[in-house]
Write a protein that binds this ligand. Structure first.
Ligand SMILES: Nc1ncnc2c1ncn2[C@@H]1O[C@H](COP(=O)(O)OP(=O)(O)OP(=O)(O)O)[C@@H](O)[C@H]1O
Ligand SMILES: [Mg+2]
Length: 371
């Protein structure tokens, strides 16, 4: 079986250990310190939280995913159902239903799994203070237990109407939940900063902060070599490993995706060199090509030239003479506009003054096509 996992949370043997930040998070949890975890996409934020809590053994987590949340009812429903999936006691579910009585909760039982879940009547219209009752249940139920409450993709709370009022209610409650560590996780370019660093925000300076960056090459490299070796005796050349990190721009999720494709393109006991890269990339391109073509359809000729030059010159100095020559775009203003459009389309992003591809395989595809 392919030992490389991507596009989902990894724990245990699929998780390459990160001693420094694991210890940091463990200490925050044990000292009941609320914490903000930021990082680029696919760097391993959610996996870090799961793995750290898993290793703490006696701790459990209440995990609430705020991804693309749209309404307060939606938020309440996700929180309630996270609680129910942890605790199916009848008395507990009853007290939850009571605390949300004004939202007309309806309990349903999945006929296949027998799992209970709660639906809320969107028409009745939840208000920011609807969250209060829910937060009280969290305090009553979990205040004396070893639990970590995790709000993932927390920045999406800002999509809600009355977001600031909701955050105020939220913060008003959790500041009294001193025995519960809360973890708020989100993407750097989301709006986590707006929530935690804007003095006008109710959450201003309310949590310690941690950053999840890419895994260091040396540690992650050893993890990868061992996976290839112990799952069919494949040996990989050092240069190949370096090439994988370069192509995947060191993003853990993309590194694993490329390794999975290499694994699928090779056989047991093979010694693998950089020669395998085109076949492995083709495997990824065949899955993603439609998305790439879709992107191209959205771009003007100038935007495409700008994108290709970023790929060729590795994201650096888009206003340099070299870039202007490569792209053939003479006006800095036009380059600026093209970059803004590419960022708006989420094709590239800016980090440490470098423009990076959100999907490094799109970059590899463009370069291979000779645009
Ligand atoms: N410690 C790790 N060891 C090995 N692979 C990892 C590790 N952390 C992350 N990955 C890789 O990255 C992928 C994404 O991990 P995860 O979902 O935890 O990241 P994330 O930062 O929460 O992503 P998103 O921004 O999409 O929510 C995993 O499927 C895995 O391939
Ligand atoms: Mg995540």
């Amino acid at each position: 079986m392919n030992p490389f996992k991507y596009g989902r949370i990894v724990v245990d043997e699929d998780f390459c250990s990160r001693p420094v930040i694991e210890e940091q998070l463990t200490n925050f949890i044990l000292s009941k310190q609320n914490v903000l975890i930021e990082g680029e996409r696919r760097t391993g934020k959610t996996s870090l939280i799961y793995e750290t809590v898993r290793k703490l053994k006696s701790y459990r987590y209440l995990y609430i995913d705020c991804f693309e949340i749209r309404t307060i009812e939606d938020f309440c429903r996700r929180t309630v159902n996270a609680m129910i999936s942890m605790e199916k006691r009848a008395g507990f579910i009853e007290s939850l239903v009571k605390s949300l009585a004004h939202l007309r909760p309806k309990m349903t039982i999945d006929p296949l799994t027998g799992e209970p879940s709660i639906g809320l009547d969107a028409v009745t219209g939840a208000r920011p203070d609807s969250i209060e009752g829910l937060m009280d249940v969290i305090a009553d139920e979990y205040g004396k237990r070893k639990i970590v409450v995790v709000f993932d993709e927390f920045q999406d709370i800002l999509h809600l109407k009355d977001a600031q009022a909701i955050l105020a209610v939220f913060r008003g409650k959790i500041q009294f939940h001193t025995s519960i560590p809360y973890v708020f996780s989100g993407s750097i370019r989301g709006s986590m900063h707006e929530i935690f660093y804007d003095p006008a925000s109710p959450f201003f300076k309310s949590a310690a902060s941690m950053t999840v960056s890419n895994l260091e090459r040396e540690r992650f490299g050893e993890f990868i070599i061992a996976k290839f070796l112990h799952n069919g005796g494949r040996r990989i050349q050092k240069e190949l490993l370096t090439a994988v990190f370069e192509i995947a721009q060191d993003t853990p999720g993309d590194v694993q995706e490329l390794c999975a494709a290499i694994w699928d393109s090779t056989s047991s006991r093979q010694s693998i060199t950089t020669d395998i890269i085109p076949a492995a990339l083709d495997l990824i391109f065949s899955r993603e090509q439609r998305v790439y073509e879709n992107y191209l359809g959205l771009l003007t000729g100038q935007q495409l030239r700008c994108l290709v030059s970023l790929a060729r010159l590795n994201g650096k100095a888009p206003f340099s003479a070299e870039f202007i020559q490569d792209s053939g775009i003479r006006q800095p203003g036009s380059i600026q506009k093209a970059l803004e459009r590419l960022i708006g389309l989420r094709i590239i992003y800016l980090v440490n003054r470098e423009y990076k591809y959100v999907n490094p395989f799109f970059r590899a595809w463009l370069l291979g096509k000779g645009y």
